[in-house]
Design a protein around this ligand. Structure first.
Ligand SMILES: Nc1ncnc2c1ncn2[C@@H]1O[C@H](COP(=O)(O)OP(=O)(O)O)[C@@H](O)[C@H]1O
Ligand SMILES: [Mg+2]
Length: 391
């Protein structure tokens, strides 16, 4: 190869490759360019009713996991599956029929069954007023989309937290006299019927107080006292407690729980609360049968990574909780941390678990995020900032 691209080409082969210099581009060069493109490209034959694919580039095969011979001859719809939005697919087809390009984001499926979010741009090519081919540009945006959802979620929860926190604070103030005066009435009577009634008042007020506390934790209004805590022993104890709550049919695999995790300014009670909620949810989602994997890692967040996570740079403990349950659809995923969001039947879920988890981790100046695709389990990742011992 030439050292300097401005030097004239030295041999014939290179001169052929440089043929754009005379205003023409060889077919080989076109194909090489499209093959080296990091975005999937497809061409479908629009003269046939089934619009079979006649060409896809290497990036398309990389995204979908298929071999070329498995793709060619199929209609592009072969990538769609049970959770693909059929309305979006219909809209794409209808726009193309009008000879117009169309953009869409659709959930598609790889050969191994793993879904991915595809950003699609389809452009019809016409000859003499007839659509002869469809050019597809396919981009796997699963990660980008999850990051976008994460950003939206952060903003929404901040606003929701302010509102909910204000209401919870007011209700909390009203609950205090209800509980105090009920106790006074109870201690001054031995009339069984008054006692029965007052006990019901107390029970209801206590339940309300628990809910309000959950909201206050979510909205960062209430924090448990925290001190520099050695993470390894605290996590071992928390996990032992949670293990006892879960049925034996749920296997728990723990990795990386060692002393390298260091210390963090947290409360052990809250740590247990976080793990209890995450593991309980995973166990319930899996129908109390399956495997939950918990991985612990010590890491050092570089400024760029920290910015991405919305945390300060420095040492962190990363905890990843993965289950092999049914996962979540987009709507559930968008709302998991919202207070009172639950998909469980009335009486089984309060929808407060994950909002409390979110609030606790925020109070630790950490972050939590979730990724999931339908049928692929769920993965919650949280980061806790580390501190020096005795601080
Ligand atoms: N591991 C998981 N797998 C699938 N769905 C989950 C998982 N964890 C949470 N969810 C979803 O998030 C919702 C909210 O969870 P949470 O705030 O703990 O409230 P609750 O458990 O009372 O419903 C659940 O109802 C469920 O739909
Ligand atoms: Mg829960």
């Amino acid at each position: 190869m030439r050292e300097n691209l401005m030097d004239p080409p030295s041999d014939q082969a290179e001169r052929d490759m440089m043929s754009w210099g005379d205003g023409t581009v060889s077919n080989e060069l076109f194909v090489a360019a499209i093959e080296s493109c990091p975005i999937g490209i497809s061409i479908s034959d629009a003269t046939k009713p089934s619009m079979p694919l006649i060409y896809v580039n290497s990036a398309f095969l990389g995204i979908t996991g298929y071999f070329l011979q498995e793709v060619v001859g199929n209609s592009l719809n072969f990538l769609n599956g049970p959770e693909t939005d059929s309305e979006a697919v219909r809209r794409v087809a209808a726009t193309l029929c009008m000879n117009e390009p169309v953009d869409a984001e659709v959930l598609q499926y790889r050969k191994d069954g793993v879904p991915f979010w595809c950003e699609l741009r389809m452009t019809p090519l016409s000859q003499d007023g007839q659509i002869v081919a469809l050019i597809g540009v396919h981009n796997d945006i699963t990660e980008k989309r999850q990051q976008r959802m994460e950003d939206q979620r952060r903003q929404k929860l901040q606003a929701l937290g302010q509102l909910a926190g204000g209401v919870a604070h007011e209700i909390n103030n009203l609950l205090q006299p209800i509980l105090t005066y009920s106790d006074l009435v109870l201690s001054g009577t031995d009339d069984p019927s008054t006692m029965r009634r007052m006990n019901r008042v107390v029970a209801s007020a206590e339940k309300a107080r628990d809910i309000v506390r959950g909201i206050l934790r979510f909205s960062r209004g209430e924090t448990a006292p925290a001190s520099a805590t050695a993470l390894q022993p605290a996590l071992i104890e928390s996990l032992e407690f949670v293990r006892g709550l879960l049925p034996v049919t749920v296997a728990i695999v723990v990795r990386g729980l060692d002393s390298a995790l260091g210390h963090a300014r947290i409360s052990e009670v809250e740590l247990t609360q976080v793990l209890t909620n995450l593991l309980n949810n995973a166990a319930q989602a899996m129908g109390e049968r399956g495997t939950i994997t918990i991985e612990f890692e010590a890491d050092n967040l570089e400024p760029q990574q920290a910015l991405f996570l919305g945390m300060a740079p420095g040492r962190v403990c990363r905890v990843t909780v993965t289950d092999n349950g049914p996962g979540m659809d987009e709507t559930t995923l968008a709302h998991v941390f919202d207070p009172f969001f639950t998909t469980k039947p009335l009486g089984q879920g309060t929808g407060l678990g994950l909002s409390v988890v979110y609030g606790i981790i925020q109070n630790w100046h950490g972050t939590i995020s979730v990724t999931s695709l339908p049928g692929q389990g769920a993965r919650f990742v949280f980061h806790i900032p580390c501190v020096a011992p005795n601080t």
